[in-house]
Write a protein that binds this ligand. Structure first.
Ligand code: BTN
Length: 252
């Protein structure tokens, strides 16, 4: 259970890899009690037969094309800042991807997009354990997925290969992402979200006063984008002039 982390030594990276798994997030949930409560575990796969996205959607996960990885760590208590964990992974992925594709952006709260098409997504889940909470934060990034497969996805999606016209080494990128996310997390445990706020804001595709439709799982709200708050939440100005803050949701 994470109490105090002073260095990367206190938070060792443990890797578990499967050639084929139903879902790295689901595997982590099923095996949570077997994972080291003091470590940062990365569970990856070459292929997922039942890859899951947010809102019960399928995550298309063909063999050897993409990054599929779930990071697991354990917390004693769960506070509001849990909402920042997927945002931090989005920042880590954004900074890693920027080196190969400067056009990458984040769509609030944590989608990775290029030219408004989805390049990657993040699914964060928490599980109660005997001593606290297991946090499972999974990311899928479309690296070398060909156009034929991208076209089968029911919303606009892209891959690095399609955008760049060349294939990209998957393992190297995943390795870099894992180390970068772990580093960012350690800083977050010490200093909170403040050090990441500027990068998060600058990475977003949204501009002040953009018209937005946001589903909060029960209803759709329409309004103009006002700001990202210090805690990573988003404020919309609704049509009746009321300012409404959202900590989660989906932009339609
Ligand atoms: C989204 O809907 O945007 C979230 C997609 C998350 C996909 C990743 S791939 C690795 C991990 N395992 C899963 O089944 N889902 C996540």
């Amino acid at each position: 259970m994470i109490d105090k982390i002073n260095s990367e030594k206190d938070f060792p990276l443990i890797k578990i890899h499967f050639p084929l798994i139903h879902s790295t997030n689901s595997w982590a949930k099923e095996h949570i009690q077997e994972l080291n409560p003091l470590a940062f575990t990365a569970i990856s796969a070459d292929e997922q037969s039942g890859g899951r996205g947010r809102f019960q959607r399928q995550w298309v996960s063909p063999k050897g094309c993409n990054i599929y990885v779930s990071y697991v760590f354990f917390l004693k208590n769960l506070g509001e800042e849990i909402g920042n964990i997927p945002q931090l992974l989005a920042v880590a992925a954004y900074e890693t991807l920027q080196k190969v594709i400067p056009q990458v952006k984040i769509k609030w709260p944590n989608d990775l997009v290029v030219h408004e098409k989805k390049l990657g997504g993040i699914l964060c889940e928490v599980v109660k354990t005997a001593q606290g909470w297991g946090v499972i934060v999974g990311i899928g990034i479309n690296i070398n997925m060909p156009l034929e497969i991208l076209k089968t996805i029911d919303r606009p999606a892209t891959s690095l290969m399609v955008e760049l016209g060349q294939s990209i080494p998957i393992k190297e990128m995943e390795e870099e992402l894992s180390h970068h996310f772990r580093k960012i997390l350690i800083q977050f445990f010490k200093e909170g979200f403040t050090p990441f706020l500027k990068t998060f804001k600058n990475s977003l595709i949204h501009k002040k006063d953009d018209l937005m439709k946001l589903s909060d799982f029960t209803q759709v709200h329409e309004g103009h984008f006002q700001r990202i708050n210090a805690d990573g939440s988003l404020t919309l100005k609704l049509h009746d002039g009321v300012l409404k803050r959202f900590v989660s949701g989906e932009l339609l």
